[in-house]
Design a protein around this ligand. Structure first.
Ligand code: HXC
Length: 291
């Protein structure tokens, strides 16, 4: 779909780039010639991903272990990139956190666990990069990975829906405020693209494919489709495209509205079981964290 080395000369940071959608996007950018940085909380996981991607495609993938909930640590990361490598040309806000839960059962801490990553953390990264672009007179492109709930809302994932909706508004607001600096902000709202981290927390005990029949195109997303859209939005040639959130979901949200409405039928016992499965995944991830 794209010419070789389309992204040569670009330096792009992908948050949450060690696994899942972030890793897939980082891989395509690398394969198209970009210099890639990946950030996340699990240092060894980032190193393994960087090694894996460079073995397959050559080029340069550098890593930085960071928890984006920590604004100072975020600023230190961006300063390191500017000092050691030079200004970024692009940023992909992909890092996120989420789990399904009846909202009545959330504690303030549970709400904050998600909102501090998605809403606050994404702003910290965007701000740390954007203000350096403005100060240095550099153009730049930001892509945030959102979700179709920014339009529909969604039950049982309320902290995520609220936070992602905030980023949808950030995208529109900063597209206007920063347009004159040549900085553009767009967002992708993916429907179900199966990844382990999301499946274990959003359909514990099941899989995204379980609902494929309800999607107009009768299937879940395929990673190359997401990679293609992320590449199109990052490449030169659509510089006038800014402030947009583009859904890529096989028509799912237009047909079905919000996700997770079927969870209305889940019993308290079933919720207990799912909570235990989500906790096991969270504990496993936490054990690998270095930031
Ligand atoms: C209720 C829960 C809970 C659950 C955690 N909590 N899991 N509450 N039900 N299932 C509560 C805890 O009880 C605690 O509150 C608080 O949340 C913090 O929990 P921790 O496990 O200590 O949090 P932490 O280690 O900081 O982990 C953050 C996380 C975790 C968000 C909870 O899931 C994470 O790190 N996720 C990153 C990866 C991820 O989520 N990927 C999926 C993204 S999918 P108390 O009060 O007890 O202290 C996505 C959209 C996909 O974003 C769209 C698909 C269509």
């Amino acid at each position: 779909m794209f010419k070789d080395r389309l992204l040569a000369g670009k330096r792009i940071l992908v948050t949450g780039g060690g696994t899942g959608l972030g890793k897939e996007i980082a891989e395509r950018y690398l394969a198209l010639g970009a210099e890639v940085w990946i950030a996340g909380r699990r240092g060894p996981m980032l190193e393994a991903t960087a090694g894996d991607l460079m073995a397959r495609h050559g080029g340069s993938v550098r890593t930085h272990a960071v928890d984006i909930r920590d604004a100072q640590a975020v600023d230190a990361m961006i300063e390191r990139i500017w000092t050691e490598a030079g200004p970024l040309t692009g940023l992909v806000n992909n890092a996120a956190g989420n789990f399904i839960s009846p909202t009545k059962d959330l504690t303030p801490n549970g709400f904050n666990a998600i909102a501090n990553i998605v809403f606050h953390g994404t702003f910290y990264v965007t701000h740390a990069v954007g203000r350096r672009w403005i100060a240095g007179g550099h153009k730049g492109s930001v892509i945030s990975i959102l979700v179709t709930w920014v339009w529909t809302g969604s039950p049982y994932v309320v902290p995520s829906a609220m936070s992602k909706a905030g980023l949808h508004v950030m995208t529109k607001s900063l597209a206007v405020e920063w347009g004159r600096y040549g900085i553009r902000l767009n967002a992708i709202a993916p429907g179900p693209f199966p990844t382990e981290g999301a499946a274990k927390r959003l359909v514990p005990g099941g899989s995204f494919e379980d609902n494929a029949a309800t999607i107009p195109m009768r299937r879940v997303g395929e990673m190359p489709e997401l990679q293609n859209l992320a590449t199109f939005l990052m490449a030169d040639g659509c510089d006038w495209l800014t402030g947009e959130t583009i859904a890529i979901d096989g028509g799912g949200y237009l047909a079905n509205g919000a996700s997770f409405t079927a969870l209305d039928n889940v019993s308290d016992n079933e919720w207990e079981g799912m909570r235990a499965m989500i906790k096991a995944q969270n504990d496993m991830d936490r054990a690998g964290r270095t930031a």
